[in-house]
Design a protein around this ligand. Sequence first.
Ligand code: NAD
Length: 265
Amino acid sequence: MHISLKGQVAVVTGASSGLGEGAARALAAAGAAVVVNYNAHAEPAQKLVAEIQAAGGQAVAVGADVSQEEQVAHLFAETIKAFGFVDILIANSGLQKDAPMVDMTLADWNTVIGVNLTGQFLCARAALRQFAKQTDRRVSRAAGKIIHMSSVHQVIPWAGHANYAASKGGVDMLMRTIAQEVGQQRIRVNSIAPGAIRTAINEQATHGAAAEKLLKLIPYGRIGDPEDVANAVVWLASDASDYVHGNTLFIDGGMSLYPEFRDNG
Ligand code: NAD
């Protein structure tokens, strides 16, 4: 199966590191023009843009805080200025602010919900509004594709991370509801739910003794790499997955199989 996204434009939020960076690189390698969104750190985003361009691809870096309505508007306006269209949105930005429930501050609750859930709402809405303006575009069987970056914690409760788990549970319902709402417009909407992938968000949990403990939760026996997710992003963004709609693809080495029950519970 050969996948080409040539002629398509992808916006990847939180693309200056981790899964977003891997997704942006892979989408560009598949031929898409890529908008590399970053929040605080312009330098790694610009470095990735330079790398993509050096390989013959097209990319621009755009700074925007996805939890802020006017900054999301800026992100999409800059995308249109650079490439004229949006065909693919990877709503990937996310963060953690962990604490036991009794210690969790409202500020930390609001920050996580603001980026992980409201940010996905704002970006998906902006993409849908843009898709509606370009209905004559015929670069893909779908009139637009949205991929939400969720987590295994959309189904696995996570003590000490109530804000994060609630945000990802929300992403699941957001994704499925949007999919139900816009499918007839030939817009495909899906989620990816990673398990444990080595990135900055879980640096401590994926190295040394903590990694050994983590491996007990992964039936397939290894921690994931950003490429594991990036390959799925490219497939889900392409016509190779054209009949996949309203689904979550778990990329977790089996973490969501409740491995604690392997030995009879
Ligand atoms: P990461 O920390 O490397 O990436 C998160 C990205 O989000 C960063 O680039 C950061 O700048 C960006 N971001 C944070 N706040 C933002 C804001 N207000 N506006 C715009 N961008 C913002 O970690 P990652 O693992 O690459 O995480 C990417 C996504 O994958 C997140 O949604 C995360 O919840 C999800 N995820 C990751 C794992 C994993 O094991 N790494 C597992 C499940 C889900």
